[in-house]
Design a binder for this molecule. Sequence first.
Ligand code: ADP
Ligand code: MG
Length: 685
Amino acid sequence: MHLSTPLSEALSTKREYIAALREMELITVEDLLLYFPRTYEDLSVVKPLHEVKQGEIVTLKGCLHGIKRLPTKRKGFSLIKALFYDAVGNQAEVVWFNQPYLLRTLPMETEVTLAGKVEYKYGRFTIQSPEVELSKAVQVHTAGMVPVYPQHDVITSKWLREKINPLLYLAKEFEEFLPEEIVKEEKLAPKSEAVREIHFPTSQKTLERARDRLAYEELFLLQLRAVKTKAEWKKSRPEWGAIEMISMNVDLVKQFFSTLPFVPTGAQKVAIFEILRDMEQPYPMMRLLEGDVGSGKTLVAVMAILHAVKQGYQVAVMAPTSVLAQQHLISVRKFMDIFGKKYPSEKPITVELLTGSLKTGEKKKVQNAIANGQIDIIIGTHALVQEAVKFYKLGLVVIDEQHRFGVKQRELLVRQGSPHVLTMTATPIPRTLAIVAYGDQDLSVLNEMPPGRQPIETKIVPPEHRQTVYRFAEEKIKQGQQVYVICPLIDESDVLEFKSVKAEYQKLKVLFKDFSVEMLHGKLKPEEKEQIMRDFKGKKIDLLISTSVIEVGIDVPNATIMLIEGADRFGLSQLHQFRGRVGRGSEKSYCFLYTDSDSQATFTRLKAMVDHSDGFKLAEIDMKLRGPGEVYGIRQSGLPDLKIASLSNGVLVSRIRKAAEHLVEISPDLKEYPSLLSILGEKEG
Ligand code: ADP
Ligand code: MG
């Protein structure tokens, strides 16, 4: 038997179990050994009964006697009883429910190891449903640190312990794939030892050592892959010559700044510098611009766009939806028009939109204009690069709010000639986390807000003040302003979420009967959602009730009130994102957090929203309270789903990053590290 042996051969078990394992993607012995415990039950203390405290869970050694099945009144219900004597003669009554087979299987009158919760009642010890194993055999349930695996209906922890333990000898087949230098430097446990110890630890200390090793490995592979992808992107266009470089033009920067009605922030200048420096290189840029809502990312992008266009390149700007694309069209055009008025050129800069909503004829026209270079800046949705658009000379791609930038998109871009790529996100992820989540990109952070923003007044609303807030909202609507209502988060269940938004809609339609009320939810088709957003933007809707599907980045300056139902169900980062939908115009804006909870912890958490307007600060508080995985949501943020490692250890993350970078530097194709290379390849698939 080997690590590669299929579990269907390695285990003698029912087909039903093999099927369940397959569903868990556990196919081979190796897969099973790499299925790690979630936690452990510490049964390392063996005591005589008289030293056991009331309700303590312990391991006992002794013998079972006089097993019997007792009749019960309830039909279909059975009771097994036995007496247990420990080595010094203490007695306990042991009871099991509905496990009649124990009559046949329990070892009697021979030394057993028994683990369970001991109670002392009516002058005697009782133990309910303990685990029992022969003392002379290997104990997997009743002694030491007993592994507890992730919950599963069919594949229980008990089952896994029994199956994994006898296969653990195969852990020796795990080859060391981490570079020797790293294993030495970090004093890491060998892989084979780590796998053995993670399942059945010899001690707390060896368990820790196993965890450290496996966490290191996990973060290392993740980052190594990112560093490699990054390096490969830079090499993706080998013929990239001097002529293709877009040089930084200080005069152009000054000219552009002089057309702005405000002074760029320090953070914007730094980001612009970082981007322009990237674009001067003889390889394509891959940079992420991270900045809170309203931090002025557009301006930074426009500076890069202007550079590319002025040096004869086309630029594609992509947004997640056509409403947002439309928004970008307006603001990019505005920047370009103002610039063009002050610094006219022979051929004015052209900015056009290409989205799915264009008629076929129109689309053709725009596509042709792109192909022959008449359009300088083309704005569309994320599908822009996918569609059969032929660019004349694509030099830069700007992508707004694309959380994950996958292999597929890179491939598409390579086909478009590997242009420079600037992605933007409003999710304030702290730098160490961003290194992991977006490790294949360079990072610029706008950590400063433009001055003079009116703060959004934020209030926590207890149930008794609900009506007051509704009346306040009504007043504002009468003054011509608009209101968002966000419905509580419901377990990612579309059906329940739809129900809740509908109930809210029916309620508010009555309360706000003189106004136009609409709802937005995940069950609508994309076009329907877009239409509603367009109507809201066009002031045809006064009050918009929405689930959390409401987009990041949607800009309706006339909306001044954000009401969030069940605010306690959202994380701070998400609440902050919602709040960012208001406060975009000249009127004072408000965010009301409704909660029915009267717990102090909830209040303290929500109070952070009242006290802070900085998204990074809130993210930090949120992470302390809930941890990174919870805060950012694995899927939407691009954060990896880690088995063992934690992202909270920033020092370790950075150290591993350096190690990965160093390795790729000294061995770009990892030829000297064949086992590492093969692991990387495997995990990619
Ligand atoms: P976001 O980062 O959310 O995309 P935007 O680029 O839409 O932010 O900018 C938000 C608003 O702030 C815009 O109206 C923009 O013109 C304005 N703005 C950008 N930079 C500055 C600045 N340095 N000073 C004042 N206002 C600015
Ligand atoms: Mg924006």
